[in-house]
Design a protein around this ligand. Structure first.
Ligand SMILES: [Fe+2]
Length: 506
């Protein structure tokens, strides 16, 4: 396996570089895959590939962009859902594309580019899929008898989020190999580390500006298996905790308070035998839900290291933590809670492209624990559902807070796909919304108005699919009352992505 993997790395680096230069110089276009457009496509257009790399110095704006809004909204997500003949199976599989909406003096420009990953470069060079993705892995068949685990490229398909660290921008996926990129021209700058075999990471690290620490985790899938909590400061890495676990649970995010790293361990467990089986399929198939097992909350001591407390509670599945903080002796942990891991299956493209797909929704749930006491108190923060949560991170992460923002579904029984932007008011225990018929918004990123003192004094930036026009627009909402301030439209659709970041100038 190692031999074939090294050979693949070498191949992809060599020929891929030429294609990178070619794409940069000539803006190579790939023919659009033949996919029938249908009047009933609706939201499904958001799961169709965008193959063109586009740069638009000015896009039309309806309404008024606040003059104080500057900098750039960078977004990450899948851009290509087919690799040659290979159709990707899962929303998480699409090849990473970066999008940039830049603001200056009330005007907006737009550009997009594919991340120059090993998978993308192999596709451009050979027209085939050579690396494993979360829910698609043809390599298991190709390398049967040679490869016993999924083959990951040197530059992974980092299509989930974007991290800003010490002035650098890095695209992330669930592997501990950030892919650096330039926010000005969306060029891929490369990776600094090589992926150890069988290790997963997080697309949602935390940063504490007060201590200048970065927190993350690593999941070791192959023996010795377990979960490692890591902090880094000025390039120095410290292992805060190692929790051995033969069947480590899947994680997507975690929480951070002044004293603790907060980990919600869910009983969607990794099965090594399936993983090592030549016909084990993509890695998603190696995780198994065991509803007879409790979920666990681990509090890892940031200062001393080690697991300070462990709590057990009814099983639940969490992609996203909203925020965590300490309230006296209590530790408060807010999450988007699913009943179980069926959400992962619901995010297969085959399901998502259906009219009115069935997609389980997450509720905003507050879990409160107190070190020294076993009980976990659980309550819903408001009626309704919410996902892809954001806060004014720089100000409220790890602190008591009032507001979170996300996306939701108006009527989960009729339409399973997100069709509104949500604002969660924790103090009042209610949500308010922006919604528009035929519009399907993505994660709203909060940008605070400079000099503001109110927690919600700023704008929400959400890329919205207009299914009727078959195009997308950047929606700018006043976060205080969810009213629309402006929309800036592009002449094409932008596939549904996951996460982004607003970077003000300077
Ligand atoms: Fe995420």
């Amino acid at each position: 396996m190692e031999i074939s993997r090294r050979r693949l790395f070498r191949d992809s680096i060599g020929a891929g570089a030429t294609l990178t230069l070619g794409a940069a110089a000539g803006g190579l276009r790939i023919p659009q895959p033949a996919q029938a457009a249908s009047a009933n496509d609706g939201h499904a257009l958001g799961f169709r590939s965008l193959t063109d790399e586009i740069s638009l110095p000015g896009i039309p704006v309806d309404g008024r962009i606040p003059p104080w809004l500057e900098g750039v909204l960078l977004r990450n997500g899948p851009g290509l859902f087919e690799i040659g003949e290979q159709k990707l199976n899962h929303w998480f599989d699409g090849l990473a594309m970066l999008h940039a909406f830049a603001f200056a003096g009330g005007r907006v420009s737009y550009a997009n580019r594919f991340l120059q990953t090993s998978a993308y470069k192999a596709y451009r060079r050979e027209g085939v899929m050579k690396y494993a993705e979360f829910g698609t892995d043809p390599c298991r068949q190709i390398f049967s008898g040679v490869s016993t685990i999924p083959v990951i490229g040197k530059i992974p398909n980092a299509n989930v989020s974007i991290e800003r660290l010490a002035g650098q921008f890095r695209a992330l996926t669930e592997l501990p190999v950030p892919v650096s990129c330039d926010p000005h021209n969306l060029r891929t700058l490369g990776v600094d580390v090589e992926l150890p075999q069988g290790r997963m990471g997080t697309a949602h690290p935390h940063h504490d500006p007060r201590t200048r620490e970065r927190f993350s985790y690593e999941i070791e899938l192959v023996p010795p298996a377990g979960l490692r909590i890591v902090s880094e400061r000025n390039g120095r890495r410290r292992e805060l905790a190692w929790i051995p676990d033969d069947r480590p649970g899947y994680l997507h995010s975690f929480g951070l308070t002044d004293r603790f790293v907060v980990v919600f361990v869910q009983p969607w467990e990794f099965d090594l035998a399936t993983f090592l089986s030549p016909d084990g399929g993509p890695i998603v198939k190696s995780f198994q839900w065991d509803g007879s097992q409790p979920a666990r909350i681990l509090l890892v001591d940031r200062k001393q290291g080690g697991v300070a407390e462990t709590f057990e509670l009814d099983p639940a599945f969490v992609f996203h933590h909203i925020n965590s903080f300490e309230d006296g002796d209590d530790v408060v942990i807010d999450v988007c809670a699913h009943e179980d891991a069926s959400i992962v299956d619901a995010l297969y493209l085959k399901n998502l492209r259906k009219p009115g797909p069935s997609v389980p929704q997450a509720v905003p749930r507050r879990l409160t624990v107190r070190p020294g006491r076993p009980k976990v108190h659980s309550r819903e923060l408001a009626d309704g559902n919410i996902e892809l949560p954001r806060t004014d991170y720089a100000t409220v992460n790890g602190r008591p807070y009032r507001y979170a923002y996300g996306v939701g579904v108006r009527n989960p029984r009729k339409s399973g796909f997100v069709d509104r932007v949500a604002k969660l008011d924790i103090k009042r225990g209610e949500q308010s919304f922006w919604q528009e018929r035929g519009s399907f918004p993505g994660e709203p990123v909060f940008a605070r108005r400079p000099g503001s003192t109110r927690e919600d004094d700023g704008v929400l930036l959400s890329v919205v699919l207009d299914a009727g026009r078959k195009t997308s627009f950047l929606l700018v909402l006043d976060a205080r009352d969810m009213s629309e301030l402006a929309r800036a439209s592009v002449p094409h659709h932008i596939p549904f992505g996951f996460h982004g970041v607003h970077a003000a100038r300077g």
